[in-house]
Design a binder for this molecule. Structure first.
Ligand code: SF4
Length: 325
């Protein structure tokens, strides 16, 4: 892997005395796209908010380090964190329209981080914002820059968010379900745009998604989460060719397949992610896993897969994972 831009070590996030994120370690290298994948409630968005220093008031980092370029964001305090956000660290959200300021011209919103964090005049920043809007594929960017978010479509608002996130060339961009709220055609356009812009200014991307189709499209590496823990991590090719955790294998079965005009969901995973108060002891997937037995009441270690460099999984029954249809 390229030199780590983000290095999360043994991170735990606590709400009401329970760890919603429990000992997560992951790295994102320069220009690399890492996908953090899992169903809702698995803790993936909580990791994004912890990295951004934007945890909800009820949550706090219980232990661990979040190193950005070697600096531990857990330790630096809110004032320094404000400087980091929008400069070295940026985030795009699921709901582009509601994430933009409805009363501010989109050009000003894109220019804002340059005005705040860089020594540029408003006029220079405006010019760079128009250029960035052009780069993300907004037609007539000079005119669009002067409009309010309500005058743009949802897909265009997502492009505006991407432009405002990337204009200061952050070291890390976090994209939290960036295409979920968009229709399928616009989703594909936004993913293509993210692929084009990957590595823009060496920016690394951590993409949070529940959609293995998005993962296949854009990621270099994948970390699969369940019950607040990473259960499998591997390169995207290995993840799809040799999934080594029952949960990953079942997630892969949920990828929609296009058959003519019709979209089929192959299968959904039985049951739902249990509420945090009901997470079982040992392997947290054992209430839904077709391979679960009494051994799984102990927590499986997260270990390298022999003969598959960079591939790790936490399962007692690695030898049987291939039996899951
Ligand atoms: Fe399933 Fe047991 Fe493996 Fe957990 S440890 S994923 S319950 S087989």
């Amino acid at each position: 892997m390229a030199e780590a831009v983000l290095d999360v070590r043994d991170l735990a996030v606590e709400i009401d005395g329970r760890n919603v994120v429990d000992g997560v370690s992951l790295e994102v290298g320069r220009s690399e796209v890492v996908a953090l994948v899992g169903e809702s409630g698995c803790g993936k968005s909580m990791i994004a908010f912890a990295v951004m220093g934007l945890l909800p008031a009820v949550a706090r980092v219980d232990r661990g380090q979040i190193l950005l370029g070697g600096e531990d964001l857990v330790q630096i305090g809110e004032e320094a964190m404000r400087q980091v956000r929008g400069d070295r660290l940026a985030m795009i959200f699921q709901e582009p329209v509601s994430s933009l300021n409805p009363l501010m011209k989109v050009g000003e919103q894109v220019a804002e981080s340059l005005v705040v964090h860089r020594a540029v005049t408003r006029q220079e920043a405006w010019g760079k914002a128009v250029e960035m809007l052009r780069k993300v594929g907004i037609p007539e960017p000079e005119r669009r820059a002067g409009q309010l978010p309500a005058e743009l479509s949802g897909g265009m608002c997502q492009r505006v968010m991407i432009a405002s996130a990337l204009i200061s060339r952050p070291r890390l961009l976090i994209a939290d379900e960036p295409t979920t709220a968009l229709d399928v055609t616009i989703q594909a356009q936004i993913l293509n745009l993210m692929k084009e812009l990957r590595g823009f200014g060496d920016t690394a991307i951590l993409i949070i998604t529940h959609d293995m189709g998005v993962v296949a499209d854009i990621a270099d590496r994948v970390c699969v989460m369940y019950g607040g823990r990473i259960v499998e991590a591997a390169g995207v090719g290995e993840t799809f060719a040799r999934p080594s955790h029952p949960y990953t294998r079942l997630l892969l079965g949920t990828i929609p397949k296009l058959t003519g005009e019709r979209k089929h969901l192959l299968r959904s995973i039985e049951g739902t992610v249990p509420d945090i108060a009901e997470w079982p002891s040992g392997c947290r997937f054992r209430t839904r896993c077709p391979l679960a037995d009494e051994v799984c009441a102990e927590t499986p270690p997260f270990l390298p897969i022999p003969g598959d460099p960079g591939h790790h999984s936490a399962c007692w029954h690695l030898d049987k994972v291939g039996e899951i249809a």
